[in-house]
Design a binder for this molecule. Sequence first.
Ligand SMILES: Cc1ncc(COP(=O)(O)O)c(C=O)c1O
Length: 404
Amino acid sequence: MFQINENYQKLPGSYLFSTIAKKVAAFTEENPEKDVIRLGIGDVTQPLAPAIIEAMHKAVDEMGSAASFHGYAPDLGYDFLRRAIAENDYRARGCEIAEDEIFVSDGAKSDSANIQEIFGPDNRIAVCDPVYPVYVDSNVMAGRTGTYDKETERWSRVIYMPCTAENGFVPEFPKEEPDLIYLCLPNNPTGTTLTKAQLQAWVDYANRIGAVILYDGAYEAYISEPDVAHSIYECDGAKTCAIELKSFSKNAGFTGVRLGYTVVPKELRCGDVSLRDMWARRHGTKFNGAPYIVQRAGEAVYSEAGKAQLKEQVAYYMKNAAAIKEGLKECGYTVFGGVNAPYIWLKTPNGMTSWEFFDDLLSRANVVGTPGSGFGPSGEGYFRLTAFGSAENTQAALARIRSM
Ligand SMILES: Cc1ncc(COP(=O)(O)O)c(C=O)c1O
């Protein structure tokens, strides 16, 4: 008789965004005449940039001819894409990352969920609280998180690093010593980030205690302030303690196209064992490559035309972010983020819980956001709005919130 992976039974409730989708579906069924504006899930709305479409069309045509057809992609990804990544995302910023330290994938969600596989079952993970739920849930599935306490909404073996207005959303070194430290900067959901010096302190800490930082840079393209690192490898010593996860979803609108990459430096070792080689083995066994057409689209992100068009696209969303931030401030809300990230993190008014504010906003303004408590216990009393809507919807949502 087969057995199931009992760890899955430990996962509490359904995934945050499924719960939101159900609530919104119930609301629209009861109120079919209401036009709901969705500023909840962090999905982009602008079409793919022309340079990317052009590259995809060309790649599609290549696939239609025997002479230029492409089957399975190379394990690590096509050279042309890894070369462009190494040059533009690293060398241009003074970071020496070799092309064979870059692993092209179908996105940062799967990489951030899968990366824990190369670590031992007893490793203690540390996460910021609130946090992108995938880091914790993937470790629950792997049996690394102990037992769940419904009261505190915490796992017994997870080390939580609260990030709230009180500490300026800067995680403090935990009292207990972690083995794996998840950092997402700029941060989803709080929209805040660390200065380069603050990040350097985390790199020094990880090297000192022998921990690995799993660094999610999915929102790197939204950094606007000069004192913020675009890659953890800008910090001294990061190559011996950090794995970087990147996505094409938010800088280039690839949420539906699917492309990302992970960097595992050769210097990252556990005794004699190279983590880079372990990830190469895992990648080769469990992943059969991002599609050729998509990797050509990714290459176009780094073309001169692509860069210019995507700069405009990011600016479009950041204009929304600034509008939401200023608009909410004018209404008396306390707001964070929105400067180096496309997320606005607000304090719920009048002591409402995050879900109370969700219901209030949905029923009175017909605007959907994301309850902060869905990202962890320290997110209670906060709420996330995204800047990924259209400018028109963003303005309309603001007008409705003003008249609430
Ligand atoms: C912090 C963070 N990491 C990763 C992802 C997923 O990225 P991808 O679309 O590349 O899977 C998201 C998506 O919202 C995210 O917020």
